[in-house]
Design a protein around this ligand. Structure first.
Ligand code: ATP
Ligand code: MG
Length: 419
């Protein structure tokens, strides 16, 4: 037997309805927010992620699925969606469209990580990207979207953590202060942090090791270093969030794992998923488009991990609408099989989901099967039904029956099921 690769998952027929429920709900919200879908390839030139996400991040240094293709090009399976959208924005001159441009994607992502609950090597993200606007109103739009997406799915116990990591200007003085602070603690910190010290000191605040966390708690705070512009942006966003009734807490420990962020960064976190508690992360990335060769473009967005959202919904006991076939048409004996097929076809043409017996089983076995697949109604077709021209429609959940003319089945069922 050949097994599934480590860190990947099949979505089985019994589970796929849950995925579609989540995806449909996100797509619906997108259209309410005037957000259009963008689809980009599953793989890109490795260079895009190195420049876009940043050399010195865990994603680029340790987690990428990179290989050489037969033409000798270095290719990487996309570890996230934002860099690809930025590439597409520049390549297709989307800045020539009226801005801001609001886009969403649903995509598989690939990261070579140690698999555990909520951490896979192939996982899925829903992402929102708003391009071409620097105003905090767009940050609000983006955060509100995420908030409504999560609450709209019925999720509870999720907190919004918000921070500003400033712009390259204010960050220069801040990283200098961080380096000065951490210099005397480096020998007590983990090896990853020691590497980060030179390449990306901001990431020292993001380490999950308890020792490093304790040291980071005493580090200089970004809020003391923000320039006037960044400070005003951060203050306005908070005022807007309060006005919109979106609860948040300031968390100066959030810096986000990817290099492209400027100013606003945020995460939606829960304590119900153990160590993999971040269900959504995002922020503003005003320098990303420029860093991959486009014009300076203000952008804000987020990505949410759909596996974590699904896990959390299950953990919180949220029920998903079930996908049941509307009608199962049963034949008294093999003689009625053809008639059953015709009735089933009629039901489907009328827009009623229907299935019928095709393996010649006994009526008892057909009822058992109808019950197993959760069919809502059953209709038995026998010689009597055909000669009298009337059938009984049985509600399989409560056992009640009603009569119906053979020729009216499709119309009646359409009314009963689709309302
Ligand atoms: P973490 O700190 O958990 O590693 P991250 O900062 O690497 O997350 P992002 O790059 O911000 O994550 O990706 C956005 C979201 O995608 C995360 O908040 C999470 O919900 C999800 N995600 C990230 N990596 C994985 C993974 N390996 N498996 C499943 N979901 C993931
Ligand atoms: Mg990660």
């Amino acid at each position: 037997m050949i097994n599934i690769p480590k860190g990947t998952k099949d979505t089985l027929p019994s589970e796929s309805a849950k995925w579609r429920y989540i995806e449909d709900s996100l797509r619906r919200l997108s259209s309410l927010y005037n957000v259009r879908e963008i689809r980009t390839p599953m793989f890109e030139h490795t260079e895009l992620f190195v420049r876009g996400i940043g050399d010195g991040t865990d994603v680029v240094n340790k987690e990428m699925y990179t290989f050489e293709d037969k033409g000798g090009r270095s290719i990487t399976l996309k570890p996230e969606g934002t860099a690809s959208v930025a590439r597409s924005f520049v390549e297709n001159s989307l800045d020539a469209m009226s801005l801001p441009l609001k886009m969403y994607y649903i995509t598989p992502c690939f990261r070579y990580e140690r698999p555990q609950a909520g951490r896979l090597r192939e996982f899925h993200q829903f992402g929102l990207e708003i391009y071409g606007a620097s105003s905090p109103y767009l940050d609000l739009d983006c955060i509100t979207f995420a908030y409504e997406a999560l609450t709209g799915l019925g999720l509870k116990n999720i907190r919004l953590h918000l921070n500003s990591i400033g712009c390259p200007e204010c960050r220069k003085t801040y990283t200098a202060a961080l380096k000065e602070y951490f210099a005397s603690h480096l020998d007590e910190m983990c090896s990853t942090c020691r590497e980060r010290y030179d390449r990306n000191p901001l990431r020292l605040l993001d380490c999950k090791s308890p020792d490093c966390k304790a040291i980071a708690a005493g580090a200089p705070r970004i809020s003391d270093y923000l320039c006037d512009g960044c400070r005003a942006h951060h203050a306005k966003l908070q005022e807007l969030l309060k006005g919109a009734g979106v609860p948040y807490e300031i968390d100066e420990g959030i810096v986000r794992g990817l290099d492209y962020y400027t100013r606003t960064v945020f995460e939606f976190v829960t304590e119900d998923l153990g160590a993999q508690g971040t269900v959504c992360g995002g922020g503003r990335y005003d320098n990303l488009v420029q860093s991959i060769g486009g014009k300076p473009t203000g952008c804000v967005g987020f990505a949410m991990g759909l596996e974590r959202i699904l896990m959390l919904m299950e953990k919180q006991g949220i029920t998903f609408p079930d996908e049941r076939v509307g009608v199962f048409v049963m034949s008294q004996s093999a003689d009625q099989a053809d008639a059953c097929m015709r009735i089933t076809a009629e039901l489907r043409r009328a827009g009623v989901s229907a299935d019928t017996e095709m393996t010649g089983r006994s009526l008892k076995a057909q009822f058992k099967y109808a019950d197993k697949i959760g069919a809502r109604f059953g209709i038995v077709i026998g010689g009597n039904e055909i000669s009298s021209g009337t059938v009984k429609i049985k509600n399989l959940s409560d056992g009640t029956e009603e009569e119906c003319a053979l020729g009216d089945i499709a119309a009646r069922m359409k009314e009963k099921i689709n309302g």
